[in-house]
Design a protein around this ligand. Structure first.
Ligand SMILES: [Zn+2]
Ligand SMILES: [Zn+2]
Length: 143
């Protein structure tokens, strides 16, 4: 049984029995109610006037999820970069060059093509990067 945000009509407060599973007219007042699932997993019994706000709740939810996913990808890139720099050091590479994505942000473009000593290579994401996901990377400079 799904959990509902309320069990009564949002117009007349008459209890629903059974609870509506989709758009339905309230048997007590005749007003139409909408039933929508929410990002919290509950079902919402809504008036037409509530629909836009409910939609906004989903949009905010997806935005939060996208942000969390971008943060995860950036953390992963940071870890991969540290490992790559480590393995370059192990094979005697002394310098690395920043390799940026085509759509790199201005902060990243400023360092693309620049060579850094391994120990001085900035972390990825490049500090100040304004892209949601920094796709900069390091390539070893062959001397
Ligand atoms: Zn009603
Ligand atoms: Zn950037």
């Amino acid at each position: 049984m799904d959990e509902y945000n309320r069990t009564d009509c949002p117009y007349c407060r008459a209890p629903f029995d059974p609870l509506p599973r989709a758009k339905k007219r309230c048997p007590a007042c005749g007003q139409t109610v909408w039933v929508r699932s929410g990002p919290d997993g509950r079902r919402y019994i809504l008036r037409e006037a509530d629909l836009a706000a409910h939609e906004a709740r989903w949009e905010a939810h997806f935005e939060r999820e996208a942000k969390a996913e971008a943060a995860r990808l950036n953390r992963e890139a940071a870890r991969r970069t540290r490992e790559a720099l480590q393995s370059y050091a192990e094979v005697g590479t002394r310098m690395v060059e920043v390799c940026g994505a085509d759509d790199a942000c201005p902060m990243c473009i400023a360092v693309v093509g620049r060579a850094f000593a391994l120990s001085a290579a900035p972390p990825i994401p490049i500090p100040g990067c304004s892209s949601e996901i920094c796709r900069c990377d390091y390539l070893p400079v062959i001397e």
